[in-house]
Design a protein. Structure first.
Lengths: 346, 268
């Protein structure tokens, strides 16, 4: 058989010294300079309004103070005052024994001990009508892990609030996602209704919702769980719905072809595909809810945040330090846990 | 019996996919629809279970015409095997096969995955019939090879004892050896149950080997209808003549194409 031969053309080489007619422009022009000036002007304007100039000066002073260049810095003074009162974090509790009338001296709670302390008191002298210092001996019940235990219990409550908030959001968002997925919704009305609900839920910040719910349900975890659950349902509903819409159509077509119906097609043709993403979103929401649960505690919605707010208002910064460390540990552990769970399930 | 009665299909953009297709397929026949890509083979198949609504004409199975009221009932009787297998890849093989029963299972049972012992036994029997092992039951469908996935697809199709199996290019994404195994499986499983098979293919040699009857299509029309013996090389030439190169058969039927291609090269 004959093999057709190819005609080979050489690549033309220009003669030495020929000037090339192309040119490559430099990347910047006057227009870019104008844009740069406008951006800098805008930054300077908003920077002054947000006191960024002051921030730079104060931070500079603080750095100078630390390395010994100047003697005065408001930032260092403020921080060191708080820092000194924060350290060491409180682990133990000391309470006057007289507050526990039923306690059995020979059978104290685990690790607890009784210490005698001299306490100075200001008392009015009835005769001279002047304040005088008196020192009295007071017996105190000391529990070496008392406050750590209190924080642990409060932290547990926060985690429980976050868990139930997450559970509530999943339960609410699954049906919402179904109606908000264009290819599985019943009709245009249900689609718009579901999308509207999702947007509404997502647009309400947890903190504000919690404020109102505390008014409705009183102080405590109910307001916290509802606030977290409602906001997260908006988030999950949106992402769940988009995953249903984007799922691979082929298995759905196979089930549609035999007339399986929408519910069963969704369950057998879509859900298995979207489960990994659903787990990822839900774990993110759990992580976020643990952090948000500490914040909404500040407005009285239960958990560690409520404790934090109380201690902060009483200037007990050493207690605050214990709480902040506890929050960090929990967020760190949760991150490790969700990373492992994701690796296992996906 | 499947009766195509003057089926026409025009897409919204005006292209004519099918022009007055009119023929009958007797019960138990393995009928191959052969033709280049874009001939309208898939469109014709999808008219049988209503995935495609013809603009004119109707399809009837044992005298029952496809209509919205009869859709559910007809779809139970018509199974489908797909070119890309269309399994739920992250679901187990067992669940994929049981999914073939979904039209007759209640929502509650389906959502719980709670099938009767007979239904589970049937899925095992069919998986055994298509040549898979018990160890495959709990594997994810996505972990299987293409050939094995199509076996699962066949098992799923036969779960409801269909009267008709539509096989839409069932071997287009498989190699020639596995293509033969898969087509043998579909043909034999259908014969055992006296099931009618309507199978679209683009490979001439496979069509000749497996079809009881070959219906050749081009540009939405039937250009050949007869037995494999009547489907001579001249008829093949007539069917594919003038078709664009990318429409020509690829896998097993490609020998003839390469010959023609070489002769053209020599001529040039």
């Amino acid at each position: 058989m004959m093999v057709p031969t190819m005609e080979i053309k050489p690549i033309p080489v220009p003669a030495m010294g020929t000037k090339v007619e192309w040119h490559l422009d430099q990347p910047y022009r006057a227009r870019h300079l104008l844009i740069l000036i406008a951006v800098i002007a805008l930054l300077l304007f908003t920077g002054h309004r947000t006191e960024m100039d002051k921030m730079v000066v104060m931070t500079g002073q603080a750095v100078g103070n630390i390395v010994g260049l100047n003697s005065e810095s408001q930032v260092v003074r403020g921080l060191s005052r708080v820092g000194e009162s924060m350290w060491p974090p409180v682990i133990a509790t000391r309470e006057e024994l007289s507050r526990f009338p039923e306690i059995d001296r020979n059978n104290l709670p685990l690790f607890a001990s009784i210490e005698v302390r001299e306490v100075e008191e200001q008392r009015m002298n009835v005769d001279s009508l002047e304040m005088e210092k008196h020192s009295t001996q007071v017996e105190q019940l000391v529990q070496p892990l008392g406050y750590a235990w209190t924080v642990f219990i409060k932290m547990l409550e926060t985690i429980e609030i976050a868990l139930w908030g997450t559970l509530l959001s999943v339960v609410l968002s699954l049906p919402l996602a179904w109606f908000a997925a264009r290819n599985y919704t019943v009709n245009h009305f249900t689609y718009t209704l579901a999308r509207g609900t999702i947007s509404l839920l997502r647009s309400m910040p947890e903190l504000i919702v919690a404020l109102f719910l505390v008014l409705a349900y009183g102080f405590g975890p109910i307001a916290g769980v509802l606030a977290l659950g409602l906001h997260a349902a908006g988030f999950l509903g949106k992402f769940y719905a988009e995953d249903i819409e984007n799922a691979d159509k082929k298995p759905q077509e196979a089930l549609e072809a035999i007339g399986a119906g929408k519910v069963k097609t969704l369950w057998y043709g879509v859900m298995p595909q979207v489960v990994p993403q659903y787990i990822a979103y839900t774990l993110y929401i759990l992580d976020r809810n643990v952090r948000m649960a500490t914040v909404i505690g500040l407005v009285g919605a239960g958990g560690i945040g409520q404790e934090l707010k109380g201690r902060f208002d009483m200037f007990q910064y050493d207690h605050v330090a214990t709480i902040l460390i506890a929050i960090f540990i929990v967020v760190f552990l949760l991150d490790q846990f969700s990373a492992r769970l994701r690796a296992k399930l996906i | 019996m499947i009766k195509f009665n003057q089926i026409s299909k025009q897409w919204p953009d005006g292209t004519k996919a099918l022009s007055a297709i009119d023929f009958d397929i007797p019960k138990g026949q393995f009928c191959v629809i052969l033709g280049p890509s874009g001939a309208g083979k898939s469109t014709l198949l999808r008219a049988v279970n209503g995935l495609m609504q013809p603009t004119a004409g109707h399809v009837a199975i044992d005298g029952v015409e496809f209509a919205p009221q009869t859709a559910r009932e007809l779809r139970h009787r018509v199974a489908m095997i797909h070119q890309h297998f269309n399994l739920t890849l992250r679901m187990s093989v067992a669940a994929n096969v049981l999914a073939g029963l979904l039209p007759v299972v209640s929502n509650v049972r389906a959502l719980l995955g709670w099938f009767t012992p007979e239904q589970r036994a049937k899925s095992c029997a069919l998986l055994d019939r298509v040549g898979l092992d018990p160890k495959h039951l709990h594997r994810r469908a996505g972990e299987l090879s293409g050939g094995q996935q199509q076996r699962v697809g066949i098992a799923r199709a036969f779960m409801l004892n269909p009267e008709v199996v539509l096989a839409d290019e069932p071997v287009a994404s498989l190699d020639p050896k596995i293509s033969r195994d898969i087509l043998t499986l579909i043909r034999d499983a259908a014969r055992e149950r006296n099931t009618t098979v309507l199978c679209s293919l683009h490979q001439v040699d496979l069509a000749r080997e497996f079809g009881d009857r070959i219906v050749g299509m081009r540009d939405g029309r039937i250009v050949f209808d007869g037995t494999p013996a009547e489907f001579t090389d001249e008829r093949v030439e007539a069917l594919y003549h003038g078709a664009r190169w990318e429409d020509a058969p690829t896998d097993a039927g490609s020998d003839t194409v390469i010959d023609e291609f070489e002769s053209q090269l020599v001529a040039a």
